[in-house]
Design a protein around this ligand. Sequence first.
Ligand code: NAD
Length: 547
Amino acid sequence: MKAEFTVTGGSTLRCRSWRQEALLRLLENVLAVGEDPDNLVVYAALGKAARDWPSHDAIVHALKTMTEDYTLIIQSGKPIGLLKTHEKAPLVIMANCNMVGQWAKAEIFYELEKKGLICWGGLTAGDWQYIGSQGVIQGTYEIFNQIAARYFNHDLTGRFILTAGLGGMGGSQPLAGFMANAATLVVEVDEERIDKRMKIGYLQQKATDLDQALALIREAQAAKKAISVGLLGNAADVYPELLKRNIIPDIVTDQTAAHDLVYGYVPAGLSKEEILNLRKTDQKTLMAASLASIKKHVTAMVGFQKQGSIVFDNGNLIRTHAYNAGVHNAFDIPIFTEAFLRPLFCRAIGPFRWIALSNDPNDIAIIDNYILTHFSENKTVTNWINLAKKYIPFEGLPARIAWLGHLERTRLALAVNEMVAKGVLKAPIAFTRDHLDAGAMAHPNIMTENLKDGSDAIADWPLINAMVNCSSQADLVAIHSGGGGYSGYMTSAGVTVIADGTEQAKERLQLSMTNDTSLGVMRYADAGYPEALDEVVKKKINYISLV
Ligand code: NAD
């Protein structure tokens, strides 16, 4: 092991000011809560915090020594230099894993990665915004809630959710299912991941064979009690077996790292040693084995759908791979964004996050209470905050996610900045969001599938988003793309702003939070969504309509 991976809290600065210190703490944090920090991997198979350890150490050195009138430039996880800018410019700008169109292919990415020329930043790994499994939990919970409202009379009590994958992001599924009061079975091939989710409080039970797991699920269903069970097994075996036995769950999805056929998805029938060996010696054979398993896995998901299960793709490209492997009806399964969340994105309501740099959970509790009092008109968010307070354990620096929209984010961020200024909070707060947010991602098989105006594959929006955030004085701005199986599939942008209690932070938060979400609404207004056009009018957004 390279080092102990811990977080730093308190009020002692190792950098020249809080802005740099904050970014350094966030870098430490993504490693402390990451899946394989020894190899700098944060989540999603290969999503890394820095290209290699010398790059990591040089980034840390730069953050510790730079003044606020410089900007640190990072290219695919490697620091390139410090440019003299000014105190209103971002402290860090980065581009991770952007490849030129014709060459944006998984095989070329792996070659460049092996040569040490590139690394994948995931969405929130390379730009140090990951907050552990909590990062996607409200999204998953809201999806379950929407399914409950549409198909199950607003109630998932006694309902059976089947899914797979207990990694960095997938690990949120059992807790989201539990919070929705369902009986959730998660198939996971790696026992260590099951144990990790149990240890941090995201998963309740472990089962090592299917009958044992089903008995636990059935018992909970009969007693109308919520339960989460991690089953050690391969989804490509378990899903078809359940279908064969005619056991049809109410809801089916999957969050294995299926996007990456080499380092992510684990094909059935191969031992861990065989897979590790094939990663080094014969990636083509491994990719073929992964595709063959995904074919079985998704064929079963379509089978469940035909039998009445509510089935959705949870953003891991599994339908795309299955379709390419010959499952012609893979796209009968809808993507979660289009099926459940798009009306929210139209109003720029999305996965907003804040992180307590003090490392004191009480700072998050104070902000929770502020939201409960001052956002009482937003029942979705107050309901969520109450649930999150009760059920979500912190990993690394205490943090919170809540789906807030245009102007709500600005309002909260400015209030928090004032709390920092007044000493109500022990230290500054970092504000950030997922890249999977209204104006920040183009991914025609996840975020921008089947857009009303057919603009699914246009990547201008996330690029504009990053430029807007730079000109709005954000502290860190990132443009991400590709990586393994996602190569050629997506472009996204990330942003972080530090509320350090200063007047300058007030200006930065006001501009970047407001412009980030304004652009999100404009993106959907431009695609012709009535909810976004309504939000333009309601919130007086300066969208230029040519219609
Ligand atoms: P991860 O690499 O941390 O974990 C993936 C897990 O899947 C691992 O624990 C692995 O052992 C398990 N797995 C792989 N193949 C399996 C199989 N055949 N059967 C059972 N288990 C298997 O990845 P992650 O961070 O959890 O992300 C999972 C996927 O979700 C990725 O494709 C990621 O890009 C995607 N994702 C979606 C969203 C979203 O908003 N919906 C957000 C983040 C990530």
